[in-house]
Design a protein around this ligand. Structure first.
Ligand code: GDP
Ligand code: MG
Length: 430
């Protein structure tokens, strides 16, 4: 063995150990981390490392790919179809965020033109029905439940039947939790599931449950046919490494993440930003690396300045749309941002997404400079919206939809406010 090889092997081990620590801190299962450590040594080619490439980048990339693979169970989850009645049952321990997530899920679909409804089959916790009722009322979503009835199966069946009659196309059944995994809970889940015949069972997991994720997810999977996972509280400190265990235990994909207590703090799951975060690549450091890699030097200062100001105007959105359509260098960068690519251009729907983006741009073309540069276009009044709609030959509903999209993207963008802008030389040394 040459000296160089020995040195590179040491560098590889040091780097692996460091990344491993990050993964364990992020609550990725011990066994998974250990297996991966062994695998990576086989995958990473020491000669490549010796050739003077950025070692950390190569190793990190290899691990990144492995983690993405683990999060992909190989088949998509059942996806409800608009206009066709589907029953979706939510399961998970108490406090994991089921009731909150049920409403977010309903609200998300309602905004896209579905007719959702909520059924409270949690008769275990006092106040469960009130909580669901409050959430549902706020979102103007029909709900069903009872203060008197103590049989969750009966309520679930009644609710599902009623909403089927009312032609709801997404009937969501919230269930009870209990603090611990108890036989009684799993028996109850089995019965509710058997009686309501859900098309999809979603396992809701708190991102901070740590190493317990595997056993918990597996226990639910053994009593009901879990088909998808939602990870909640991703706005907190926990990185959600337990999601990998949940995917492995249920053989189901993660479909959404919860990012706050509010109804609209809910995002389509996007594997790349999730894995970057797990690896401790910093929420935005990987993103910064990418900017330096793909954005032409002369455009960097302006872009970074805009990012760090965190002030998202319609004009910036317009420019980003242009980039996305071109899939130019900046478009690539933006497709890495959580909330940008998965929502704007879901895989397999590129054509429709492009048409939508072009439609938005046509409407923005009939806006005034003042409107495009305003930092608060959310306050646009109806007569202005009418004028824009007329100018673009679109219904006012489209203008409203475009402003909704703006609000969502502005929120993603605002997370970058105050971003420290490192100089090129300072990027991931090693
Ligand atoms: P359940 O017992 O499983 O129905 O859980 P709940 O929906 O009642 O949620 C438990 C607590 O977690 C509540 O205080 C929620 O507001 C909170 N919660 C749920 N999802 C999120 C989230 O994504 N982020 C944050 N910060 N809090 C959440
Ligand atoms: Mg609940």
């Amino acid at each position: 063995m040459s000296n160089a090889t020995i040195i590179d092997e040491k560098a590889l081990n040091d780097c692996l150990n460091e990344i491993t620590r990050a993964l364990l801190q992020a609550d990725v299962q011990f066994k998974l981390v250990r297996d991966m450590q062994t695998n990576i040594k086989k995958i990473v080619n020491l000669d490549d490392l010796a050739a003077g490439h950025n070692k950390r980048r190569i190793i990190q990339q290899a691990i990144f790919n492995e983690l993405c693979k683990i999060l992909d169970p190989g088949k998509p989850s059942f996806t409800p179809k608009k206009g066709k009645p589907s029953v979706v049952m939510f399961v998970g321990l108490q406090g994991s965020g089921k009731t909150t997530t049920c409403t977010k899920y309903a609200y998300y679909h309602q905004k896209k033109g579905w007719k959702p409804a909520l059924v409270c089959a949690d008769t275990f916790r006092a106040g469960a029905f009130d909580q669901l009722k409050q959430n549902a009322t706020k979102a103007k979503i029909p709900f069903y439940g009872s203060y008197m009835e103590s049989d969750p199966v009966k309520i679930a069946v009644e609710g599902v039947e009623r909403f089927k009659k009312e032609n709801c196309d997404l009937i969501i059944v919230d269930t009870s939790g209990r603090h611990k995994q108890e036989a009684a809970l799993f028996e109850e889940m089995r019965q509710v599931s058997e009686a309501t015949k859900p098309d999809l069972v979603i396992f809701v997991m708190d991102s901070s449950i740590g190493q317990a994720a595997f056993d918990q997810a597996q226990a639910f999977k053994q009593s009901v046919a879990v088909g998808a996972v939602i990870v909640t509280k991703m706005d907190g400190h926990a990185k959600g490494g337990g999601a990998l265990s949940a995917v492995a235990a249920t053989k189901s994909p993660v479909i959404f993440i919860g990012t706050g207590e509010h109804m609209d703090e809910f995002e389509v799951f996007d594997v790349k930003p999730f894995v970057s975060r797990l690896l401790g690549m910093g929420d935005w450091s990987g993103f910064m690396d990418k900017i330096h890699e793909v954005v032409p030097m002369d455009q960097q200062p302006e872009l970074l300045q805009k990012l760090s100001e965190g002030n998202f105007t319609l004009r910036i959105m317009y420019e980003q749309f242009q980039n996305l359509l071109k899939m130019g260098p900046i478009g690539q960068v933006f497709s890495m941002l959580p909330g940008f690519s998965a929502e704007l251009m879901p895989k397999g729907h590129e054509k429709e997404s492009q048409a939508k983006i072009k439609r938005y741009m046509t409407m923005m073309d009939s806006m005034t400079n003042e409107e495009l540069d305003s930092s608060n276009p959310k306050l646009m009044n109806e007569s202005r919206m009418m004028r824009i709609a007329r100018g673009a030959g679109r219904p006012i509903r489209d203008v409203m939809e475009m402003l909704e999209e703006y609000k969502r993207l502005a929120k993603v963008w605002s997370k970058m406010k105050g971003l420290k802008i490192p100089k090129k030389g300072e990027m991931s040394a090693l």
